[in-house]
Design a protein around this ligand. Sequence first.
Ligand code: NAD
Length: 289
Amino acid sequence: MKIVVIGLGHMGGNMALTLHAAGFTVLGTDVAESARHNVASRGLTVISPEVLPDADVYLLSLPTSAHVREVVESSPGLLQHASAGSVIIDTSTSDPVVTRELARKVVEAGLEWLDAPVSGGPAGAAAGSLGMLLGGETATIERVEPMLKAMSARYTHVGAAGSGHVVKLANNYLCAAHLLTTAEAVALAQRAGVAPEACLAGLNSGSGRSAVSEVNFSRWILSGAFDSGFTTGLMRKDLRLARDAAIDQGLSLDLLNSVVEKWHADSGALPDGADFNHITDAILGRASA
Ligand code: NAD
């Protein structure tokens, strides 16, 4: 199976290297020379983004739906260029409305589509232990199953094209909310004389635990490392998309709106490139990034 990975940043670069190590034929490309150099120095073959070769699979890991649209629709984009039967897999966290439109055009052009947004960060991408949420046809998933297995510890088929991206936005909304609520729980305990580490040990043995309390606090927040590889700018984008998805469905979700507003207020001074765990600085009274 020949795979072209488009977007070699924190996630795409590591996914490309993982697939290469698993024995697939992988070519990588990125508009940024630094991203191409980073994976080329680790043994991956990189190509110019202007001329994409024929491939069985085009795996996209791009910042936003606008970038995905450009790669798929621009001239010459994958719609014009890719051979019939090729599969386009969008692992980015994208806007489901755009995803459904692009998936329809892709299928009309004789190609196949999967949205396959991921969880687990750059470390999960490097270890081949990502969680993946799949939107698309079962037959397409079966065609690319070997590469999905190489990249992920578990993948869940949640519905038709676009469904993976809907559930990913729901997931990131919860992650964003857990960062705020867990920081408030830790601040409360601290004011009452309980050390953050002791508070988290207690929470993690109780029903208030989450990936944020079990992983983010020890690995990136209390340690001061703040090197998760996921940025504040990307989480702000995901929360905007989650709120837009609710509006599209005619839903007014009070807690989602509050989380988006709180993130907007507390991350106001954080640059797009700051680690997203810095959102807890304001609540925990830490100096900002
Ligand atoms: P990143 O900014 O590190 O990488 C994106 C890469 O895409 C960049 O290297 C950029 O140069 C490249 N790019 C942009 N336009 C391009 C084009 N037209 N052709 C080729 N390359 C192009 O971002 P990331 O952290 O790797 O995230 C990628 C996607 O995955 C985002 O949608 C993000 O929300 C999602 N995601 C990230 C994480 C994480 O922990 N970083 C986790 C889950 C999901």
